[in-house]
Design a protein around this ligand. Structure first.
Ligand code: FES
Length: 320
């Protein structure tokens, strides 16, 4: 799983530009206040923005990955959100500093000769560097980009040079995205990447049922609904490095349980979407409840996101 791992320390970066790029969408360009180089990233990566409240929000990097001095993110104002986008839109200004964790990549672009990209609204942000890379590598690719209306769709100007590889489909002009028509027949070796609102991701899952397993890769910023935990009885978590064993009752996360035993694991979203709390499983069977791993990664059972995932067996041994 390339690019996954611990979240690392939080850096203080400065907002060097803030631009409105569509209705209710601003971009922030962030740089080290002393002009130092920033850690490298790959298409699909995101950073954590640490808010003054101490809460963090994840935003995909959507700038030039070969510009080692700045990061760019796109932020949609979400009136029903938890306040992160309102802070970015209303309070954060050029010259201000902000805490930044990462970058981290749960949505890496795997090598392929052919890609189909589907973006819904602000879901264009992780896909923008992907299409740039696909174009640079000479891959065969197409992008279907839907939004409520044209004025709400960010980065249309940056996509325009790609010509008819990009289909822009504002809902008020063209209706709902016709996914089967865009996808066509399953083709071996084609990778399908989708980012957008939950209903679009669900529709893509249905549209790709006949595609080879793991052809479709999606990224969610809102957790998928999960079934009830596999087990309701408490289970034990043995911490291999510390030699401690903790009991995890229903209603307590593994993250909280190991934290109360004095083992702090870095976390961010606490809803199984960001990947920060990834932990290696040495023994036992996890009950995966995240929105990150695909079926093959779940079946491997060698890592879990302990903010949400639990145990299906009586005991887990974690590399903590
Ligand atoms: S803290 Fe985000 S996946 Fe666990």
């Amino acid at each position: 799983m390339p690019g996954r791992g611990a979240g690392g320390p939080v850096a203080t970066l400065q907002v060097v530009d803030k631009s409105t790029v569509a209705e209710d969408v601003v971009t922030l360009t962030l740089a080290d206040p002393d002009g130092r180089r920033l850690p490298d990233w790959t298409p699909g990566a995101h950073i954590d923005l640490v808010l003054p409240t101490g809460d963090t929000r994840q935003y995909s990097l959507c700038g030039d990955r070969f510009d080692s001095r700045t990061y760019r993110i796109g932020v949609l104002r979400e009136p029903a959100g938890r306040g992160g986008s309102a802070f970015v839109h209303d309070s954060l200004q050029p010259g201000d500093t902000v805490g930044v964790g990462g970058p981290r990549n749960n949505f890496p672009l795997v090598p392929s000769e052919r890609y189909l990209f589907v973006a819904g609204g602000i879901g264009i942000t992780p896909l923008l560097p992907m299409v740039t890379q696909a174009a640079m590598l000479g891959a065969d690719w197409r992008l279907l980009y839907g939004g409520r209306r044209r004025a709400s769709m960010a980065f249309l100007d940056e996509l325009a040079p790609h010509g008819d590889r990009v289909r822009v489909m504002p809902q008020d002009e063209t209706g709902l995205l016709d996914l089967p028509a865009f996808l066509g027949e399953p083709e071996p070796g084609t990778k399908v990447y989708c980012c957008g609102p939950g209903p679009l991701l669900d529709a893509m899952g249905l549209a790709c049922v006949d595609w080879p397993p793991s052809a479709l890769r999606t990224e969610r910023f809102v957790a998928e609904e999960q079934a009830a935990p596999v087990r309701t009885a408490p289970f034990e978590v043995q911490l291999a490095r510390t030699g401690t064993t903790v009991t995890v009752p229903l209603g307590t996360s593994v993250l909280e349980a190991v934290g109360s035993a004095g083992v702090e694991v870095l976390s961010s979203c606490r809803q199984g979407t960001c990947g920060t709390c990834e932990t290696t499983v040495l023994d036992g069977v996890p009950d995966h409840r995240d929105s990150i791993l695909d079926d093959a990664e779940r079946a491997a059972g060698d890592c879990m996101f302990i903010c949400v995932s639990r145990a299906a067996s009586d005991r887990l041994v974690l590399d903590l």
